[in-house]
Design a protein around this ligand. Structure first.
Ligand SMILES: [Zn+2]
Length: 463
């Protein structure tokens, strides 16, 4: 099977050019102007459309247990929703249960994805316990293609790792070439503030934000980078939300340290005001780190533009408002932490980034696809359009307008964090390894066609 996409504009992180793309089987064979139509058995006309490398979302939580609930999208509904929004690769998180081997968690998550994922996926491992054979397990996982580990500096007693554990994990990556991802918030301080709030009868959703100050994030980012510097390892800060935290990353990078960070659309576009909505509505915006005061947004966009931030992911972790968020009706600490977004990342970044003049088209591609693929050992198979790369291609209509709404989205969740946002620019056709899985709003993919991606160690963060 061969497919020719003619008359489109190819956009990569480096260049924008009018060219045709010839696909043979699952891969791109050639990108060149005026490839003869006879070269392929099927032709798509992409006049007036952009050809983007498929989006790479390196932070999702599908089918994830959290505080008595399970995130409402599984690998079937979540990967399908991702594809509708132009994301063709994701990296989800397996979670090591305390006192167990990491391999068991990997098997559990493979089982969740198997037969369900419709786009290609990789896995990070969340480390909760390095006692016993933990360090050897890290090496073994890298050999399985799980070349990144996430540790938490927050959620004491549940997920939090102490500094010794974090430092050991960072040090180990010098041998095995993995990348450590940090959830950076000072969990001890937050825990005390949360207890104080509850003791004072402050139980509404807004207190979720008021008990997790930006300084607690900045402190942990600083500490994470300092430990990585001592260990001689790179570090990747997940879901960075505040200007103070961003300053820590920028200062480290200015000193030449291999410190990297992602932010998410919610931190670029929403503010803490959402948590103060009347009634219990604020619970829809309860996730960590919390939404910040509005002024942080401009700082994050600037950071993204100047490469102080390298990646935009979603931290997609949906919980339904009606029966899951409701668990915290009388106590904000019982609201499952997370929000939906896997479908809307490219739409929001294109509209608010490219259309509004904050990001160039090439920078947009870089932060939603190329850099995440590079950092996490998937490049150049994913993250770019080049001869030899997987034919994960988004045929993007820059003029398509729509209003984001839970009424029309494909995520299995009963609300949208971006309800009513009008955006211009959307995926028209989405190819995954040469196969059209979305076309004109129709689903053509199938559960189980996505494959597990073994990722290379010593990815872009090590170079
Ligand atoms: Zn997360």
């Amino acid at each position: 099977m061969s497919l020719l996409i003619r008359n489109g504009t190819v956009v990569t992180a480096e260049k924008t050019l009018a060219a045709d793309v010839l696909i043979e089987g699952e891969r791109i064979r050639e990108i060149a102007p005026a490839i003869p139509a006879g070269a392929a058995s099927r032709v798509i006309d992409a006049s007036g459309l952009l050809l983007l490398p498929g989006g790479v979302d390196v932070h999702t939580h599908l089918d994830m247990p959290f505080g008595g609930a399970v995130s409402s999208d599984d690998f079937e509904t979540g990967t399908r929703a991702a594809a509708f929004g132009g994301t063709t690769t994701l990296i989800d998180f397996a979670i090591q249960a305390k006192g167990t081997r990491m391999r068991a968690a990997l098997d559990t998550w493979w089982k969740k994805a198997d037969g369900r994922a419709s786009i290609d996926y990789g896995l990070h491992m969340i480390v909760t316990d390095l006692a016993g054979a933990g360090l050897e397990d890290m090496d073994a996982l890298v050999a399985e293609g799980v070349a990144s580990f996430k540790l938490f500096m927050a959620y004491p007693g549940v997920l939090m790792a102490d500094d010794a554990t974090i430092f050991q994990a960072l040090s180990r990556t010098g041998n095995n070439g993995a990348l450590i991802c940090m959830h950076a918030e000072n969990g001890g301080v937050i825990d005390v503030m949360v207890k104080r709030a509850l003791a004072e009868g402050k139980t509404a959703p807004i207190y979720h934000a008021l008990t997790r100050p930006a300084t607690a994030e900045a402190e942990a980012v600083h500490r994470a980078i300092a430990m990585a510097e001592i260990a001689g390892a790179p570090v990747y800060i997940v879901h960075l939300s505040s200007e103070e935290a961003l300053n820590q990353v920028r200062e480290a990078r200015d000193r030449g340290l291999p410190a990297f960070a992602e932010t998410c659309p919610q931190y670029l576009l929403l503010s803490v005001d959402e948590l103060a909505r009347p009634g219990f509505e604020g619970a829809k915006y309860v996730f960590t780190p919390p939404l910040r005061e509005k002024h942080h947004q401009a700082a994050l966009w600037e950071g993204l533009r100047h490469d102080h931030l390298q990646v935009v992911s979603t931290d997609h972790c949906p919980f339904c408002f009606a029966d899951q968020k409701a668990l915290g009706k009388d106590d904000f600490t019982k609201i499952p932490n997370g929000g939906p977004g896997i479908e809307n990342r490219l739409q929001l970044l294109y509209h608010h980034g490219v259309n509004e003049g904050r990001l160039s088209l090439n920078r947009f591609v870089e932060v939603v696809s190329t850099t995440p693929a590079r950092i996490f050992g998937l490049y150049p198979r994913k993250g770019t359009l080049e001869a030899g790369s997987d034919a994960d291609i988004v045929i993007w209509d820059p003029l398509a307008e729509h209003v984001i709404s839970a009424q029309t989205h494909h995520m299995r969740v009963d609300y949208s964090m971006f309800e009513g946002f009008r955006v211009k620019g959307n995926a028209r056709t989405v190819l995954s390894r040469g196969e059209a899985i979305v076309d004109g709003g129709q689903w053509l993919g199938r559960a189980g066609r996505g494959v597990f991606l073994k990722r290379a160690a010593r990815g872009g963060a090590w170079k």
